[in-house]
Design a protein around this ligand. Structure first.
Ligand code: SF4
Length: 267
């Protein structure tokens, strides 16, 4: 595992959630979890072509100074952590950049959206509790251990993630369930929504980035070897160019969940 400590990079980009612009802050570029379905592998591999995805992480220590210097620009803004790697991947235990960012952002009147898979977020409950406007999302794709191991092998188990979600909620943090990626026939979408309806403030559902060839290739190869019937089904879903997801959208509209659902599906 290689860590590259950098300075002078431009750590802020833009993203839209439900049409709302967010400033994206990336304390790390690259992710030790190395999920096959992650589109962050594309910019990481471009920057570090000699390394496999999941084996190199750029550590952006100077991002803390940058946030501090530009504090006035952040007031009233929406901020998202993060798009290029889990902000609570194991490296955060040592570097504490995500913690430092939250400490600085807690002094600024801004909205923070944070998404992670890791219980390391519980280390920073003291900071999160001090923030006026923070939403913490825990990502879950499936509760089937076989599929977790197959697709997300290095991530905490689904049980561990659920425990983290509950612990955050019990501490008074506003939480959401981030069903990302939503994988046809693998993600028990409506069961998850029923199960967590009383525990989270909202749901977010996102498809894998099918437009990224590497994401499609990785997922299809895994299914072809380990789930051949599903592989055929996925080819059909993909070739039908979004009809499966149209049906899901229709079902979502009829769903009786009392929580709002953000849908971010593209094919
Ligand atoms: S944990 Fe998130 S950022 Fe990291 S590899 Fe997996 S999907 Fe990508």
């Amino acid at each position: 595992m290689k860590f590259v400590e950098t300075s002078g990079v431009t750590p802020f980009t833009r993203a839209l959630f439900q049409g709302e612009p967010y400033t994206v802050v990336n304390p790390y570029k690259g992710c030790q979890y190395g999920c096959s379905h992650c589109s962050a592998q594309i910019p990481t591999k471009t920057a570090y072509p000699g390394y496999k995805w999941g084996e190199i992480v750029e550590v952006r220590k100077d991002i803390l100074d940058s946030v501090e210097k530009n504090a006035s620009r952040w007031a009233g803004k929406k901020v998202y952590l993060s798009s290029l790697g889990d902000p609570y991947q194991p490296a955060e235990k040592k570097y504490k950049i995500t913690r430092g960012l939250l400490e600085r952002l807690s002094d600024i009147d801004c909205h923070v959206r944070l998404i992670t898979h890791s219980d390391l977020v519980l280390r920073d409950l003291d900071v999160l509790k001090n923030m006026n406007n923070v939403h913490v999302g825990i990502s879950l794709t499936t509760t089937n251990d076989f599929h977790v191991k197959l697709i997300e092998g290095k991530l905490p188990s689904s049980d561990e993630r659920v425990e983290t979600l509950y612990a955050l909620g019990d501490s008074g943090i506003t939480t959401f369930l981030n069903i990302d990626p939503f994988l046809p026939e693998i993600t028990p979408l409506f069961r998850l929504i029923d199960l967590f309806n009383d525990d989270v403030s909202f749901f977010r559902i996102a498809s894998p980035n099918w437009k990224a060839n590497i994401v499609k290739k990785n997922l299809f190869e895994l299914l072809k070897i380990y789930e051949p019937e599903l592989f055929v089904r996925y080819q059909t879903i993909y070739l039908k160019n979004g009809k499966y997801y149209d049906e899901i959208r229709k079902k979502m509209n009829k769903n009786e969940s009392s929580r709002s659902v953000e849908i971010d599906i593209t094919i």
